[in-house]
Design a protein around this ligand. Structure first.
Ligand code: ADP
Length: 294
């Protein structure tokens, strides 16, 4: 084992002895360097799977928020997420330890089950309005969730304006593009439906939809909040989309208003602007195209 791996092994062993009371014999150990900002490891001790991830940089509160996100979704009982086993700081790194998801092949009803469960998740609402009791993160970007009764106002103030402001400050967009957003904000109240706030996962692309040991859905890496459920469905289409059985099952359980397909690009302006800010201007042509359409 290299010096670096040995240090990482020691680091993980300390977390395990704190939260699982055991570090003795790790049966299987697999590094995941797949996350964008973090390191992660998947391991097995006596037939129990664990997944631990920790920060590389200075993202304060990232995992505390993620643990709360997982617990918020778990509390609904609507859809499976990994159980949180521990969260904290060690050697100036933040870590999150959770149940490891052992994957099997998808069951034949995987997509239908997923669609039904997501609809049930979205049926969780709140009287506080759109938002959440704390700030969380989408990737490494803070996501402010101050409660707002009107959904469109929330979407503009806490979602679009935050990302547009940051992109303008970092000179990733020009003032002309920011102006176009301003014009769009005036039109949004007549373009988006007024729906009750729904608890959504917040980052629902295929990489965050895992198959568990029963061949059914388990969601990972949420950045949940009460918001537009259509924003969640729109987001699922951004990187290729899910199986049609998923959408059919969702609609059968929680029908959506007519015209959703035309609204998809509007909702996706938010994740696209997050991508512009986190990953660069490659996502700008898609943003400009949507702004030109509306
Ligand atoms: P990041 O926040 O760094 O993007 P993720 O939480 O998305 O990290 O995890 C990266 C990948 O690791 C996921 O796409 C998934 O394949 C895998 N993964 C995440 N959580 C678990 C888990 N609890 N058990 C097993 N694998 C997991």
């Amino acid at each position: 084992m290299s010096q670096q791996s040995q240090e990482q092994y020691q680091f993980i062993a300390q977390i395990l002895s704190k939260h699982a009371g055991e570090s003795a014999h790790i049966d299987d150990f697999q590094f995941f360097y797949g996350g964008n900002f973090n390191l992660a490891v998947r391991l097995r001790i006596k037939n129990t799977e664990y997944f631990i991830k920790w920060t590389q940089g200075d993202y304060q509160g990232l995992f505390e928020a993620e643990a709360k996100n997982l617990e918020t979704i778990h509390a609904t009982g609507a859809i499976q997420v990994p159980r949180v086993l521990g969260v904290g700081q060690l050697e100036e790194k933040e870590y999150l330890m959770m149940e490891g998801i052992e994957s099997a092949d998808k069951q034949t009803n995987y997509w239908q089950d997923f669609g039904e469960k997501l609809a049930h998740l979205h049926q969780n609402t709140t009287a506080h309005g759109h938002g959440l009791a704390y700030t969380n993160f989408i990737g490494a970007a803070p996501q402010e969730n101050s409660w707002t009764l009107d959904g469109v106002t929330f979407f503009i103030e806490n979602r679009l304006k935050k990302q547009v402001g940051r992109a303008l400050y970092d000179r990733k967009i020009t003032p002309e593009v920011a102006e176009k957003f301003e014009t769009l904000y005036e039109r949004l109240p007549s373009l988006l439906p007024h729906e009750a706030p729904a608890l959504i996962h917040g980052d629902l692309w295929s990489g965050n939809a895992m198959v568990n040991d029963q061949g059914l859905i388990t969601l990972v890496d949420p950045c949940c909040y009460y918001g537009f459920r259509e924003a969640e469905l729109a987001f699922t289409t951004m990187f290729g989309g899910f199986d049609t059985k998923f959408y059919d099952a969702y609609h059968a359980n929680f029908p959506i208003e007519k015209g959703f397909h035309e609204r998809i690009p509007l909702y996706n302006l938010y994740p696209l602007m997050v991508h512009v800010n986190l990953f660069g201007e490659g996502y700008l042509p898609a943003v400009n195209k949507i702004l030109a359409t509306f």
